[in-house]
Design a binder for this molecule. Structure first.
Ligand code: ARG
Length: 480
């Protein structure tokens, strides 16, 4: 049987292999809601401008509502022979309302139809992802507020560098996610134009009103060039590139969770809800969710790569190649959504082991920079020389197998006579973080202020910085 949507000049139907390679209904049935919304907007506009009678338009809208209900009830039979969601819906509409269904496709083509459906789908996905990002950010802010004074080692090269607070570390991800949110918002603003009415590629002789369908579908305006309207897939690429960057951020955090939950670090315990055991080693608690989040960036970046290669070198306007945009995008957007949900759950449930973090922050002479800074500030020694003197103090500690806190004032003076007993005030990790009050620095009061700022940005409510608990050594003078 030749196709009843376009079979006028065809004598035979497609080869079975042709049907298999050509059909998209297996995956584009996800677009049913957007497809039906687009058709209702189109039919309503056609009637408003006098192309459809009110009677036909009412039959079409009622029929489309019925089709949507059937799909949602699971009673709709999708047919591969009808290729895609557009023809499946239209064919069922014809069964339901008869000939009036054939008037719906006036002044439109599947080319502008699919471009419209997919924009609407990606726009919905962006809205969901942005809401999920905000939820994860708020969860991080909550945990950061609990940990404003918790000392942990800060790393460069994964080597102990300087002490920071756990709250500050968590807030770093709130910043990254804020930029991810901004990239999604930008992509949404740029995609929000209506391709419907571009028709096959050249526009249409019918007196359609594209602003009317734009408004009905929540678009800001119609696309200004019909060729571009049907052939653009930037909106998917831009979304996927922002998604890949967001997934990369989650991957870095996931890697930290994996490291921190190891026996060697022991900075956190992940909850039973987001870990698995081993069938052979009873002691194990494996951070599978974190590992999978760490990995998802691969397929999300893969989707971007796949689609940009599909699009590269395609002449204007529509080519069937572009049907390959959907599966990869669906997979990538689903993967990012799942990753955000899993990360939010893990962050909400993880238990910090503050004693372990602090103990780890002390090792490796992590307050050596504070000693050098003290020499600059209190003894007026140039930083380069102060660095050298501190290096000799560290060497002395290494020789004795002690930390900087273990040196007596005589030890200090033996290295440089200009040092006096006030140096002891800067040796603790608490003093080190408390001193870092420069804008964006790790001092607990900064972290509390930043957390409050983000909390009110995310909730729209005024928020006060959390009170800082005084911990051991805290407030002992900073730079003295
Ligand atoms: N299933 C097609 C797609 O996803 C719809 C557009 C088909 N257009 C065409 N001229 N064959 O791209």
């Amino acid at each position: 049987m030749s196709n009843r949507m376009w079979g006028g000049r065809f004598q035979s139907g497609p080869d079975a292999i042709m049907e298999e390679i050509n059909a998209s209904i297996g995956f584009d049935q996800r677009l049913y809601r957007q497809d039906i919304a687009g058709s209702i907007a189109h039919a309503t506009m056609l009637q408003e401008v006098g192309i459809l009678t009110a009677e036909d338009k009412d039959a079409i809208v009622a029929g489309l509502d019925h089709v949507r209900a059937e799909i949602e009830a699971g009673t709709f039979t999708f047919s591969r022979g009808l290729e895609d969601i557009h023809m499946n819906v239209e064919s069922r509409l014809k069964e339901l309302i008869g000939d009036a269904a054939g008037r719906l496709h006036t002044a439109r083509s599947r080319n502008d139809q699919v471009a419209t459906d997919f924009r609407l789908y990606v726009r919905d996905a962006l809205d969901t992802l942005m809401a999920q990002i905000s939820t994860l950010q708020l969860t991080l802010v909550q945990r950061a507020e609990e940990e404003v004074s918790t000392i942990m080692p800060g790393f460069t090269h994964l080597q102990n560098a300087q002490p920071v607070t756990f709250g500050h570390h968590l807030m770093a991800y709130v910043e990254m996610l804020g930029r991810d949110h901004g990239r999604f918002a930008d992509a949404r603003a740029r995609l929000n134009e209506n391709p419907l009415g571009s028709a096959a590629l050249a526009g249409t002789p019918y007196p359609i009103d594209r602003q009317m369908t734009a408004t009905a579908l929540g678009f800001d305006r119609p696309t200004a060039n019909s060729l571009d309207g049907v052939s653009d897939r930037d909106f998917v690429l831009e979304t996927l590139s922002a998604a890949a960057i967001c997934a990369m951020h989650l991957s870095r955090f996931a890697e930290e969770l994996v490291i921190w939950s190891s026996a060697q670090f022991g900075f956190i315990t992940l909850s039973d809800k987001f870990t698995t055991g081993s069938s052979i080693m009873p002691q194990k608690r494996n951070p599978d969710a974190a590992e999978l989040i760490r990995a998802k960036v691969g397929r999300i970046m893969g989707a971007f790569t796949a689609l940009i290669i599909v699009m590269k070198g395609l002449p204007l306007t529509y080519s069937k190649d572009m049907q390959e945009d959907k599966e990869v995008a669906f997979d990538a957007l689903d993967s990012l959504s799942l990753s955000l949900a899993a990360m939010t759950g893990m962050v909400a449930d993880l238990q910090p082991r503050r004693d372990r973090m602090r103990a780890s922050a002390v090792v490796g002479f992590s307050t050596a920079t504070d000693v050098a800074d003290w020499l600059v500030r209190q003894a007026n020694i140039p930083f380069r020389e102060a660095h050298h003197i501190t290096g000799r103090l560290v060497a002395l500690c290494e020789e004795r197998g002690i930390g900087l806190e273990g040196l007596t004032i005589e030890d200090f003076k033996s290295v440089d006579a200009r040092i006096d007993s006030r140096i002891h005030k800067v040796l603790s990790v608490e003093a080190s973080v408390a001193a870092r009050t420069s804008f964006g620095g790790t001092a607990p009061e900064n972290v509390a202020r930043e957390a409050a700022r983000w909390r009110s940005a995310l909730t729209g409510e005024a928020a006060e910085p959390v009170a800082i608990k005084r911990t051991r050594g805290h407030g002992e003078g900073g730079l003295g």
